[in-house]
Ligand binder design. Structure first.
Ligand SMILES: NC(=O)c1ccc[n+]([C@@H]2O[C@H](COP(=O)([O-])OP(=O)(O)OC[C@H]3O[C@@H](n4cnc5c(N)ncnc54)[C@H](OP(=O)(O)O)[C@@H]3O)[C@@H](O)[C@H]2O)c1
Length: 320
């Protein structure tokens, strides 16, 4: 067991790792946690494939990370809010790259006003889950060629807000609630890891989900002052409940640590379908607001039903 925890940074997690020869694919790679994860892994010799929806921001980040780390870097434009863009990106990736050892589904959007992706899905479910569901499955031939491959889904403690409503994932029959919609998309990220693990573990491919911590990034771009006050109140109340000091925010290097841990930790070898936080595997907890993973997010039946629903919505089946 490592001594890593809340304050550990990505560089500290990777201090004893040599990632040369490993190809790491990261979505949402030009900002926040994705960018720091890329920098830290590039500094340890990984070949990086940085993906994002804005080509200009992508090449600027690639240049800067290459200068900081000397890493070999490729970029791939992919808008997760468009199934057409995801399909084009996956096709291009298969033509350009021989393998992926670590696939990090990091991109995300949080609590925007009601909106829809190009294909008519609610923005958060469509981007955070369905875009990654299609991309990950289409990239699987490259992951299958990886060595000890891992798939890492950035979820959130926000999954506590809601399970996935399998009857109305796109808010067609109920009023939109932006935090519940974020919550169901982040629960879907965990259930997707459970579904991948079930289908791919016997091929040596393992899938994980994680909460990175609370970190001030562009993710908060849709938050109002009211939202911020509500979130601070929630943090204070959950600290009171647990009798501990409020854990507060992490820095970006601390926020990228659990991703780097899940992507590389030897103690996770051969076991996936789990959810990590603060560089350890979280306990199942259906009550705490200050940590743990909800049982509904690890439920194998819900994972199967979400898999079937996702196949229906993206219009493609994936059997392994
Ligand atoms: N920060 C936190 O406190 C926190 C807490 C829990 C979980 N997380 C999770 O951590 C992950 C990374 O978030 P972050 O904090 O690093 O936020 P961030 O700085 O906003 O990064 C999110 C990235 O996702 C990209 N993205 C959004 N929509 C996209 C789309 N349609 N197609 C492709 N890329 C898209 C963004 O690109 P654009 O800039 O072009 O939109 C951005 O590069 C997210 O999955 C988030 O849910 C973060």
């Amino acid at each position: 067991m490592s001594n890593f925890g809340f304050e550990t940074t990505a560089d500290e997690v990777l201090a004893d790792q040599d990632l040369s020869g490993r190809t790491v694919f990261i979505t949402g790679a030009y900002s926040g946690l994705g960018r720091e994860t890329a920098r830290a892994m590039g500094a340890k010799g990984a070949h990086l494939i940085l993906s994002g929806r804005d080509a200009t921001k992508l090449s600027a980040a690639a240049d800067e990370i290459a200068e900081q780390t000397g890493a070999r870097i490729d970029t791939l434009v992919c808008d997760l809010a468009s199934l057409d863009s995801v399909r084009k990106a996956a096709k291009e990736a298969k033509a350009r790259f021989p393998k992926i050892d670590v696939l990090i589904a990091n991109a995300g959007v949080m609590a925007p006003p009601l909106g829809h992706t190009e294909d008519g899905f609610e923005t958060q479910f469509g981007t955070n889950h369905l875009g990654h569901f299609l991309l990950t499955n289409l990239l699987m031939p490259l992951v299958e060629k990886g060595e000890r491959p891992r798939i890492v889904n950035l979820s959130s403690r926000g999954h506590h807000f809601a399970p996935v409503d399998l009857d109305d994932p796109n808010y067609e029959k109920r009023d939109y609630e932006k935090w519940a919609a974020y919550g169901q998309s982040k629960t879907a990220n965990i259930l997707f890891a459970v579904g991948l693990e079930k289908r791919l573990a016997d091929k040596g491919i393992h899938a994980y989900a994680l909460h990175p911590g609370g970190i001030m990034t562009n993710l908060g771009r849709h938050m109002t002052e009211e939202d911020m006050a509500w979130m601070m109140d929630r943090i204070r109340k959950s600290a009171e409940e647990s009798g501990e000091e409020p854990s507060g925010f992490k820095t970006v290097p601390q926020g990228a640590a659990t991703t780097c841990w899940v992507a590389t930790a030897e103690e996770l070898e051969g076991r996936g379908g789990l959810y990590a936080e603060d560089c350890h595997v979280a306990e199942v907890d259906d009550a705490s607001t200050s940590g743990g993973v909800r049982s509904y997010a690890l439920d194998p039946d819900a994972a199967d039903r979400l898999w079937a629903l996702s196949e229906k919505l993206v219009g493609e089946r994936f059997a392994y």
